[in-house]
Design a binder for this molecule. Structure first.
Ligand SMILES: [Zn+2]
Length: 308
């Protein structure tokens, strides 16, 4: 798929998939790719660099999707809303070197000659969707073009960002981020594609909690907004949605701890956990409905015409 596509009158829908730390990463990526093939979806994958390899990345690119960066280890240290410039530069540089080695390797470039957009690493999403002004500076220095970490008007208690005032007032449509704040319009050179949200985020975790019927109604309202404002719909899911299991209740989940500040309420993991067959079924239903309301687009294919 080329960087600038022909303009479609249909609402652009970006299915974005985070590849988080996962013991069964090859299997979860395979299930995701199979589902997307069945549904005719082109998607944007954001990979934690330490958890993927050349084989996995190649498989994703060969299936017509694109790959962006989702941090290096996606561990407790990678809270990009708190880290300073030097730490972020080191971590994102290491992740970028690894991923560019896979995405832009000579073999991939040779085979994707007519398909250049899939073979460039230009997109970023912070682990646990956390970023700050230093992230924006580092992304610019490392040649990134877009980010998708801001959840405009998300205010739910199921977030790992318990309080993020930046999200409350961030623009809903794609915008060029400011150098002094990623939540405001500016001239940093990095385009933000906000994850769709309205109080609750439009992500697979919300579906686990409220069900597919609720998400379809949510999608219908987002589509209505997009018809008026031309805003793309950005859905966030994870490959490990398809290999996870229902987790048992543990009393530690309700005992307050300092970790709640960076990781959110642990009880939410129990509340939102569900079996992988249910997650596959629900995502199939929801994504099918997305296909009826709009057309699937890679985030990079929108980034050229979104500067405001
Ligand atoms: Zn993640």
């Amino acid at each position: 798929m080329k960087l600038s596509q022909t303009k479609s009158k249909k609402i652009p829908v970006c299915v974005t998939v985070d590849i988080d730390p996962d013991d069964e990463i090859e299997r979860s990526v395979d299930i995701t790719l199979k589902l997307f093939k069945e549904l005719g979806v082109s998607a944007t994958f954001f990979a934690a660099a330490e958890y993927v390899n050349q084989k996995i990345v190649r498989k994703i690119l060969d299936s017509g999707h694109e790959v962006g960066c989702h941090g290096l280890k996606h561990d407790d240290f990678e809270n990009f809303d708190k880290l300073g410039y030097l730490d972020q530069k080191r971590i994102i540089s290491d992740a970028t070197t690894k991923l560019r080695g896979y995405v832009e390797s000579k073999n991939v470039l040779k085979d994707h000659k007519k398909n250049l957009c899939n073979s460039k690493l230009i997109g970023f999403r912070g682990p646990r969707v956390k970023i700050n002004k230093h992230t924006v500076r580092v992304l610019k220095e490392l040649g990134y073009k877009y980010d998708s970490s801001v959840c405009s008007q998300r205010m739910d208690v199921f977030s790992s960002n318990l309080i993020n005032l930046g999200w409350l007032f961030a623009p809903r449509r794609p915008y060029m981020m400011g150098s002094s704040s990623p939540f405001k319009k500016g001239k940093s050179g990095i385009i933000e594609f906000p994850v769709s949200a309205f109080v609750l985020p439009f992500i697979s975790t919300t579906m686990r909690l409220f069900g597919c019927g609720f998400m379809k109604v949510f999608l219908w309202f987002l589509a209505l907004e997009s018809k008026i404002s031309k805003k793309p719909i950005v859905y966030l899911m994870h490959t490990k949605d398809f290999t996870c299991k229902k987790i048992p209740f543990n009393w530690d989940m309700i005992i307050p701890s300092r970790k709640w500040i960076t990781h959110g309420f642990p009880l939410r993991f129990w509340l939102i956990s569900s079996s992988n067959p249910k997650n596959i079924k629900d995502n199939r239903n929801l994504i099918k409905y997305m296909g009826k309301l709009g057309s699937f687009r890679l985030v990079s294919s929108l980034s050229k015409n979104s500067e405001q």
